[in-house]
Ligand binder design. Structure first.
Ligand code: ADP
Ligand code: MG
Length: 267
């Protein structure tokens, strides 16, 4: 059985004349450890798709993650499912302003009435390059640092699935690439599955697979071929300009790991 299965998934907002069919008959499966990029024009249903998969909303059809059928859970079960199995990273960092870096990262674990294992917290802070910022408040951080805190929070409960909605949307190119490299290496290190919405063809090219949405439907679902050196071999990106940006991005991603540059272990 696949790690994640969507079958005949739909979502309609509103009723009658004002109804918006945000998703219609979406079907796909994702294997454990896969990195899937979700692309498509604004309003094509990308965020709605992530919300449904993450159990933040309900729709038609069925979504199963491992043994859980997400739509058939009660609200309380869904809340626990979200906290334990899913890590969300948004374009807006959604940090709590009165909590420190460390406290923001610990939120999902605290909400579960537990305390974060010290060793894991240290490891995360180290990987994210936030050890010396652990006591700072969000307002004392740069955009890239805030997004790293949000990634830490997403990873805090060891979720098996990471959902990221344009996580680099508010960052400049260099910080965006650094966040992507970090996210990819973290999910690899912790054997997590990553579904990421992006507008950036370079970032989409870093994925194993690209799903394109159009008007709430899957327009295409293609595997990205990477060579051993990390270059993209073949890809259905529209023009050669994009292809060259794509290979630039790949070189960046296959560059010396951010993990080892930041002094982390087992890059
Ligand atoms: P994307 O993330 O690809 O830009 P969304 O999933 O946010 O697209 O939106 C898909 C469609 O659903 C759009 O037409 C949007 O206006 C509509 N939509 C999204 N959220 C809501 C909502 N809460 N209420 C009504 N319509 C919504
Ligand atoms: Mg969106």
């Amino acid at each position: 059985m696949a790690f994640l299965t969507l079958s005949h998934v739909g979502k309609t907002y509103g009723k009658g004349d004002t109804a918006v069919h945000a998703l219609q008959d979406v079907n796909f499966t994702v294997e454990k450890g896969e990195f899937v990029a979700i692309v498509g024009a604004s309003g094509s249903g990308k965020s709605t798709l992530l919300h449904l998969i993450g159990g933040a909303d309900r729709g038609d059809g069925d979504i199963t993650l491992e043994d859980d059928n997400i739509f058939s859970m009660k609200d309380k079960e869904q809340a626990v499912f979200r906290r334990r199995k899913v890590g969300f990273v948004f374009q807006e960092y959604n940090l709590i302003p009165i909590l420190t870096v460390e406290e923001n990262i610990e939120i999902p674990v605290r909400l579960d009435g537990k305390k974060m294992q010290q060793e894991y917290l240290e490891k995360l802070l180290n990987i994210l390059g936030l050890t010396d910022r652990r006591g700072h408040l969000p307002e004392q951080l740069s955009g890239g640092q805030k997004q790293r805190v949000a990634i830490g929070r997403a990873l805090a409960n060891h979720p098996s699935l990471i959902l990221a909605d344009e996580p680099t949307g508010n960052l400049d190119k260099q910080n965006g690439m650094e966040i992507m490299t970090l996210l990819m290496q973290s999910v690899k290190q912790f054997s997590q599955t990553l579904l990421l919405v992006t507008h950036d063809p370079v970032i989409a090219g870093m994925a194993d697979r690209i799903i394109t949405l159009s008007d709430g439907k899957i327009q295409s679902d293609v595997k990205v071929k990477h060579t051993l050196s990390g270059q993209v071999l073949a890809h259905d990106m529209p023009d050669s300009d994009d292809m060259s940006r794509l290979s630039e991005g790949m070189e960046l991603s296959s560059d010396q790991s951010v993990l080892s540059r930041k002094g982390g272990k087992n890059g």
